[in-house]
Design a protein around this ligand. Structure first.
Ligand code: NAD
Length: 512
């Protein structure tokens, strides 16, 4: 245990049994089996988490429903104070939780720490928000009338999250939802359940210290079947789901079938356009981190590079050179740049995608492959690769959750923008240029069709202050900063008459 995982697990309160379903501070029994969590870093079993059964799910919903009755009328700044304390608890556990995330998911320790920092940041943001949550005042057309809108909490927010951001996505949703007056039930990915157990242990102390009732922040565990309990449940007015487009299409139909709301954060197929006016030092660095960071397992990973003809050869040469320097290995060892994929299924999809792209005519520029031998025993380590391809290839149109970068050439910026937009997904995009006309064209209504569009920054690594999410098959949801909080509340329009008459709107006369 060179990296001190066992000690971290102990300090985080992660045990080997009877953890899986929680209403806040208490763990509930379940009759279901356990999920085993293996580290993709070394293939070892980290621990087990108990799957939530129907009875314990019912208890979670019952407690959440009860807790909402008091939480919704707790003043928002008081709710913010609880979130502030969660932020402090996360600060105290930053290293341990960052390490566990790195070991269980496979991202680098630096990125694990970054993920926890993002949770702390969203807590700070939510605390400020708890004194805002503004509604508007409108002018009434009727004399001595006042009209305004206010925002009320929704109720239970169901959170379904993906493996690649095993803890941050929960905090984006739950910390904002909490200040909005909602209560949360979280179903983390079955591929990273222990990181979720650790989060529950961290918040349980805060809940306990403040004598809060059970049901404000609950945890359930399991695969899609447990997620389905929430998407089919009328008592859950909002389901916020992060994951594949395949999953999002199923969840949103289930939720819509009962006229509930869903907030979707699905797959991306993100591109960087490098124009002839780019600062190539920045462009190469941005593309490199975007493509190989988190071993290509970010929703915002750079998957396509669209390069202007006159700089194409230089970009190709510099990128190939940079790839040759990448060190692949254990994510907890800070000298490594690239860690493993999440599991062997992901490795199979990576290999199949490379093969398929080649069959369609793709030319391998930097060779991929699965690594074997010392340090690679888990079978999850692959080489980041680059393939020269065309935008219409089936594989280029799809999101393969692995470090495969497709390189493409363009001549006119219009064509580059059309290529950038010419995929089913619409999450993140970027242009590398020092030319103002090009940058503004890319950001215009006729430019990028994505939820995120950057200039001289890669596609990944968003800050929490902005609204995060994307269009088309990315699902249309927005989370985190700006006014994303509105998704977690219901809007009410109020008109108040303080006159001695009862004039009707639109001047309608109705006298007896
Ligand atoms: P996944 O779709 O396999 O699983 C995501 C979650 O959905 C898991 O918790 C899973 O148990 C649950 N789930 C799956 N089917 C379900 C169903 N029918 N009903 C209810 N729940 C169901 O995704 P993954 O492999 O964990 O994550 C990778 C994907 O997530 C990528 O496509 C990536 O782009 C996407 N992602 C998107 C964002 C974003 O903000 N847009 C962020 C992170 C990840």
């Amino acid at each position: 245990d060179k990296f001190g995982i066992q000690d971290a697990l102990k300090r985080l309160g992660v045990q080997q049994e009877n953890q899986g379903t929680s209403t806040g501070t208490q763990w509930l029994d379940s009759k279901e089996a356990y999920i085993s969590s293996y580290s993709p870093a070394d293939g070892k079993l980290i621990g087990k988490v108990q799957v939530t059964d129907r009875d314990s799910y019912e208890l979670v919903i019952k407690k959440a429903t009860e807790a909402f009755m008091t939480w919704r009328t707790t003043p928002a700044p008081h709710r913010g104070e609880i979130v502030r304390q969660v932020g402090d608890a996360l600060r105290a556990h930053k290293e341990d939780l960052g390490k566990l995330v790195s070991y269980e998911m496979g991202k680098s320790y630096q990125e694990g720490l970054g993920e926890v920092q993002e949770m702390i940041d969203i807590c700070d943001f939510a605390v400020g928000l708890s004194r805002q949550l503004y509604g508007l005042t409108m002018h009434s057309e009727r004399p001595s009338h006042r009209m305004y809108e206010q925002w009320h909490p929704l109720g239970i927010v169901g959170i379904i999250s993906a493996f690649n951001f095993p803890v941050a996505v929960w905090s984006w949703n739950s910390m904002i939802a909490l200040v909005c007056g909602d209560v949360c039930v979280w179903k983390p990915s079955e591929k990273s359940p222990l990181s979720a157990i650790a989060c529950q242990q961290i918040v349980s102390k805060v809940l306990q210290n403040n004598n809060l009732p059970e049901g404000i922040l609950s945890l359930i565990n399991g695969d899609y079947k447990v997620g389905e309990m929430m998407s089919k449940d009328k008592r859950v007015p909002l389901v916020s789901a992060t994951g594949s487009t395949r999953m999002g299409k199923i969840v949103t139909q289930e939720v819509a079938g009962r006229l509930g709301r869903s907030l979707l954060e699905l797959g991306g197929n993100n591109a960087i356009i490098i124009t002839e006016h780019a600062d190539l030092d920045i462009a190469i660095r941005g593309a490199l981190f975007g493509a190989v960071g988190t071993a290509g397992q970010r929703c915002t990973t750079t998957r396509r590079l669209i390069v202007q003809g006159s700089v194409y050869e230089e970009v190709k040469m510099r990128l190939t050179n940079a790839y040759s320097k990448l060190v692949i290995g254990n994510p907890l060892d800070e000298k490594n740049h690239v860690g493993p994929l999440i599991d062997k299924d992901a490795v199979k999809m990576y290999s199949a995608a490379i093969e398929s792209a080649q069959k369609e005519g793709g030319k391998v520029l930097v060779e991929g492959g699965v690594l074997e031998g010392e340090g690679y025993e888990s079978g999850c380590y692959v080489k980041p690769c680059i393939i020269e391809a065309e935008n219409h290839y089936k594989m280029v149109q799809e999101e393969t959750f692995a470090p495969i970068l497709y390189l493409m050439k363009y001549e006119m910026l219009e064509d580059a923008i059309a290529m950038q937009n010419g995929v089913p997904q619409g999450l993140s995009s970027a242009i590398m240029t020092m030319n103002m006309r090009e940058a503004e064209a890319f950001l215009s209504a006729a430019g990028s069709d994505c939820g995120i569009a950057n200039v001289n920054i890669g596609t990944s690594g968003a800050e929490i202050g902005g609204a995060f999410g994307g269009e088309k098959e990315t699902g249309g949801g927005r989370e985190s900063g700006s006014d994303s909080w509105k998704a977690y509340m219901r809007r009410q329009t109020n008109t108040i008459n303080y006159s001695t008459a009862l004039p009707l709107a639109q001047g309608i006369k109705f006298d007896i």
